[in-house]
Design a protein around this ligand. Structure first.
Ligand code: FE2
Length: 300
């Protein structure tokens, strides 16, 4: 199980700026945030203990990545040079801007949907500034800097994925007008957070929720329990997901080009159709669908 910090959940999540739907408070300090919820990272304020915790998180995850993370993630993570402590966002942001034209912006934590989509649509990725506590090593409820930075930032160095995410932000702004958010949220969940991709060597993970998780990174690829179904936009948008357990279904793309192309069209007709249909349970398998075998048992 991993950080849950998805635009997906935010519509339900926020009753007000810092209050969750269950009445609990969001973790971050929003008092200094600007109108776009951007704050200064204040890198000098991180303690040696926090940098040490980051290193432990990084090292644990880095050992799990080979043979499980997609090549793009592996290559970009190496370039980011972020193993030694909580990274200074400005440094990575400059490198990222030179590569794909994206920037990182520091935020106190979850931000409202509209703000999140605005950032993505303008090639800005919001990264939470705070780090989990040592007792949260394996699980946090809200996304922290490790989830956001380690899990999400590497793929932003890939021009096609980065283009997809900008497209997603633009689509999010439209979805707000069309009551399409629940559908778009499922797309984000099953791709950006929990997506799998085929490779010549077999299935690999590219979703940030998987790649920043110590447990799900193995489970999603090799456990026989979950379904692994070829990606199809409308099917994904119709499928509920679990936020408090490992996924019951993972959707598998062939390539980032496929993700970019398949999510480029206007979703308005899809939203209209889906509003007339019941959502599918997270563990559904429809007639004619292929449930791909777990990695390690058969080549995919
Ligand atoms: Fe995330």
């Amino acid at each position: 199980m991993d950080a849950i910090g998805i635009s997906a959940e935010r519509a339900d999540f926020f009753k007000s700026l810092t209050e969750k739907s269950d009445g609990g408070k969001l973790r971050g300090d929003y008092t200094l945030a600007d109108a776009q919820y951007v704050v200064a990272q204040d890198w000098a304020a991180y303690t040696p203990e926090q940098h040490a915790l980051w290193r432990r998180l990084y090292q644990r995850q880095a050992k799990l990545l080979p043979g499980r993370a997609c090549d793009v993630f592996m290559d970009s993570l190496a370039k980011m040079d972020a193993a030694d402590g909580i990274p200074n966002f400005a440094r990575t942001s400059d490198l990222l801007f030179k590569t794909t034209g994206w920037r990182l912006v520091a935020v106190p934590g979850l931000v409202p949907d509209h703000t999140f989509f605005e950032h993505l649509a303008h090639r800005r990725f919001p990264v939470t500034v705070w780090l989990r506590e040592p007792h949260e090593f394996d699980y946090i409820v809200e996304p922290d800097v490790f989830h956001d930075f380690f899990g999400h930032v590497p793929l932003l160095f890939n021009p096609i994925f980065a283009g997809h995410l900008q497209q997603y932000g633009q689509g999010g702004l439209k979805a707000l007008q069309l009551d399409g958010l629940p559908y778009l949220a499922r797309l984000y969940w099953y791709t950006v957070e929990f997506g799998l991709i085929r490779s010549p060597q077999g299935l690999r993970a590219y979703g940030a929720g998987i790649l920043s998780s110590g447990g799900e990174i193995g489970y999603c690829l090799t456990d026989p329990t979950p379904r692994r179904i070829p990606f199809e936009v409308e099917r994904v948008m119709r499928t509920r997901y679990k936020i408090d357990s490992y996924q019951e279904t993972y959707f598998v793309i062939d390539s980032f080009e496929q993700l970019f192309k398949d999510t480029a069209p206007d979703f308005s007709p899809i939203y209209a159709r889906l509003k007339q249909m019941e959502p599918l349970p997270a563990d559904s398998l429809l007639p004619g669908e292929i449930d791909l075998p777990a990695a390690g048992r058969h080549a995919s």
